[in-house]
Design a protein around this ligand. Structure first.
Ligand SMILES: Nc1ncnc2c1ncn2[C@@H]1O[C@H](COP(=O)(O)OP(=O)(O)O)[C@@H](O)[C@H]1O
Ligand SMILES: [Mg+2]
Length: 262
């Protein structure tokens, strides 16, 4: 499997007055194609900042990010925007739905942007896809509503569908289940797992152990640095069902996190 992302000596600084703080401090990280990587770390450790750099929304002060052979540092803002549109889906911590568009129109938006101006109507097969996806995450009755008419959890699910509708090879998710209850979280994680199995690469930030065990590798960020990585061990033969696998992974993860003072 090839590398999808290659991050080398990445640093992002902010200034408070003259005081410099390194929000991302010399991070090295690689993400392979078709991987499902989880990022964990205390609040303020730099997880969102890292995701924004991976998306090319924010620019590094030092170091490089390559997406296959494309170097973000060598691209103009415009080039990055166009590149992002077809290659990277982002689920933000705040869901960022457009208030004047319905759920359906919000989800359709990336497809319309791909197609260019003036072609706002969805094709029949796209309508079917959106209806089907909404059904899968329990939004079927809300397709024609506006974001303000939805709960936080419903908005979040709509935002997730919007970022996967054009099947970007890389999906970046910042605490996508943060405003969901456990049943909704389960639904969303199943959906993400299906997408991953179909070949999409996923990088997902979470605080939730039950979510983290659905990935294969956990990267722990502390003070803007990678302070450890955990690769869950292979499923062993006496684990007869999914539940046992996740329970065992939870133990591995708890042990890993406790060693890092989480
Ligand atoms: N635009 C900014 N200007 C100054 N400081 C920032 C900015 N964005 C984030 N930070 C700081 O960087 C640190 C990491 O933030 P963030 O990446 O959002 O952390 P996390 O997502 O892990 O909670 C925090 O201390 C935050 O206050
Ligand atoms: Mg954050």
């Amino acid at each position: 499997m090839g590398k999808l992302l290659e991050i080398r000596n990445l640093t992002r600084k902010y200034y408070e007055g003259t005081r410099e703080s390194r929000v991302i401090d010399n991070i090295n990280l690689e993400v392979d194609e078709k991987e499902f990587v989880i990022i964990m770390g205390a609040s303020g450790s730099g997880k969102t900042s890292l995701l924004h750099l991976m998306a090319g929304i924010d620019n590094a002060d030092e170091g490089t990010i390559r997406y296959k052979n494309v170097d973000f540092g060598q691209m103009s803002e415009k080039e990055k925007t166009v590149f992002r549109r077809t290659n990277i889906g982002i689920v933000f911590q705040q869901n960022c739905l457009i208030p004047d568009l319905t759920v359906y129109e919000n989800i359709m938006l990336p497809l319309m942007l791909d197609r260019g101006k003036g072609k706002r109507k969805g094709k029949e097969n796209e309508k079917d896809t959106i209806t089907k996806l909404c059904g899968q995450v329990g939004l079927e009755e809300h397709i024609r509503k506006y974001p303000s008419q939805l709960s936080g959890g419903q908005q979040q699910r709509a935002a997730i569908l919007r970022s996967i509708i054009n099947r970007p090879p890389l999906l970046l998710c910042d605490e996508p289940t943060g405003s969901l209850n456990s049943a909704q979280t389960e639904i969303v994680m199943r959906l993400l797992n299906v997408l991953n199995k179909k070949g999409q690469t996923i990088v997902l930030v979470t605080h939730d152990m039950k979510v983290a065990v659905k990935g294969r590798r956990v990267v722990y960020i502390k003070d803007g640095r990678v302070s450890g990585e955990l690769r869950f061990s292979e499923t062993n033969p006496n684990e007869t069902n999914e539940k046992e696998v996740y329970r065992r992974r939870e133990e591995e993860l708890l042990n890993f996190l406790q060693k890092r003072g989480y």
